[in-house]
Design a protein around this ligand. Structure first.
Ligand SMILES: *Cc1c(COP(=O)(O)O)cnc(C)c1O
Length: 438
């Protein structure tokens, strides 16, 4: 049997977590701070396709994809081949010291694939937070303004500016202030909870910040960590139009929604919105750390030489991976596959909603879907959400929670997951609902 092939079947051979995972967890607790969280109490040994296998031999159906990273699957064949080839050629030169072609090719691909046919420029960084930070740097430089608007339910990373832009205090900001100055928060459109009326938001921003002081608006086209909130139709477009009327740059944080996840290359496309700057990361590298900043040439070219960059940004291994990811999405029709995954999941989740009043909302686009869990009064039920997630884990289904109120179960399967596994994962979720003490 080929050791590298992970059978695409859920399998539980020990309790969860098993003995080997418990041993490693004890070492982890002794060596790491508690501040670094853990969703699943097991340690990974192998992962491929729609399965994560743990060190005890248990196999979990993967509805998380490492938080929307392994869109093309973990250790995807083209990624493994491209990175292996690069590994034996060279591992690092620093692009600003000795450039290499793959970095340029990733930037060309970003310029080609991000929304809009205007002239664009891209550069590469190491993470989503770094991409967002750089987008703000560029926006401030090119507008000469300092104010930045971010939204309720937004998540933009864990660096100082990233957490400042992030809407949720616990756990991301609690005790970590003071925060970066000149960041203003506005209500996000949240149709299920009836908040985020756009005209009121814009008029509030004009009165409290002043449109002419705002460099950029940083927005997720679908709020990810905030709970897979799809804004009301037209909201993003209205925001983009207002930005354009006032010389404000629209920064789309497509870190979680990008690279096919929502059934389009980028989620802005669903709304026909063309951002001035796009921040990417997560799915771009197929598991290797890489982020991108793509901006209008007229906006970004003003920055002086040496103003942008970094030691590791666009590392050659990560660039090789990113090119293989883009090739895989294009060659294997994964954008279409993301739509199919959504079309399979949404009806099953809506059926759950019809049977269980605790399922308040079902929403999402493509392979980025979620359910919001409420108590009998309609209030967010974080405790029940955590119980359901942990019951799924025990049954061999890897799911994540999200949401400003912690009451969203979100599903982000790798786009290469097979129909059988997708069906099996949904059956586990249905079984967990049936066995809850309602
Ligand atoms: C994950 C995420 C980030 C931060 O990315 P890191 O690579 O963890 O720094 C930023 N924005 C969004 C929308 C994200 O989902």
């Amino acid at each position: 049997m080929d050791e590298r092939v992970v059978p695409q079947q859920r399998r539980l051979v020990t309790e969860v977590p098993g003995p080997r995972s418990r041993e490693l967890m004890a070492r982890r607790h002794a060596a790491l701070p508690t501040g670094v969280g853990a969703t699943l109490p097991v340690f990974a040994a192998r992962a491929q396709g729609g399965i994560v296998e743990d060190v005890d031999g248990n196999r979990f159906v993967d509805f998380a994809a490492g938080i929307a990273v392994t869109t093309v699957g973990s250790s995807a064949p083209r990624v493994v081949e491209a990175v292996s080839d690069q590994l034996s050629a060279f591992t690092h030169t620093c692009f600003q010291v000795t450039p290499y072609e793959s970095y340029v090719a990733v930037c060309e691909a970003l310029n080609r694939l991000t929304p809009g046919d205007h002239e664009k420029r891209s550069f590469l960084v190491n993470s989503g937070a770094e991409a967002v930070e750089n987008a703000v740097k560029v926006a401030r430089y090119s507008t000469g303004r300092s104010a930045v608007v971010a939204f309720d339910h937004g998540f933009h990373g864990r660096t100082l500016l990233g957490m400042t832009l992030t809407g949720k205090v616990m756990p991301y900001k609690q005790g970590f202030g003071p925060f970066a100055p000149e960041v203003y928060r506005a209500p996000y459109s949240y149709p299920y909870r009836g908040t985020g009326d756009l005209p009121a938001t814009l008029s509030m921003l004009e009165k409290t910040v002043g449109a002419s002081n705002i460099a950029c608006v940083v927005v997720e086209p679908i709020a990810g960590e905030g709970g897979f909130i799809v804004p009301a139709p037209g909201w993003l477009q209205g925001l983009a139009a207002w930005c354009s009327d006032h010389g404000i740059l629209l920064v789309a944080d497509e870190v979680q929604t990008g690279f096919g996840r929502t059934g389009a290359w980028f989620a802005c496309e669903h709304e026909g919105v063309v951002p001035d700057i796009v921040a990417t990361a997560k799915g771009l590298g197929g598991g290797l750390p890489i982020g991108g900043v793509t901006a209008r040439a007229t906006v970004i070219d003003s920055v002086h030489p040496g103003g942008l960059g970094g030691t590791f940004g666009g590392n050659p291994l990560a660039c090789a991976a990113a090119l293989a990811v883009i090739d895989t999405i294009e060659s294997d029709g994964l954008i279409e596959r993301a739509k199919q995954i959504g079309a399979t999941m949404l009806p099953r989740l809506r059926a759950l909603q019809a049977s269980y009043p605790a399922v308040g909302d079902v929403r999402g686009r493509g392979a980025m879907v979620a359910i919001e869990i409420i108590d009998p009064t309609g209030a967010p039920d974080a405790a029940r959400t955590a119980t359901i997630a942990s019951a799924c884990h025990t049954e061999g289904l890897l799911v994540l929670t999200a949401g400003s109120y912690g009451n969203v179960l979100r599903f982000l399967p790798p786009l290469v997951i097979g129909d059988d596994l997708l069906d099996d994962g949904l059956s586990v979720l249905e079984k967990v609902f049936t066995s809850q003490p309602w």
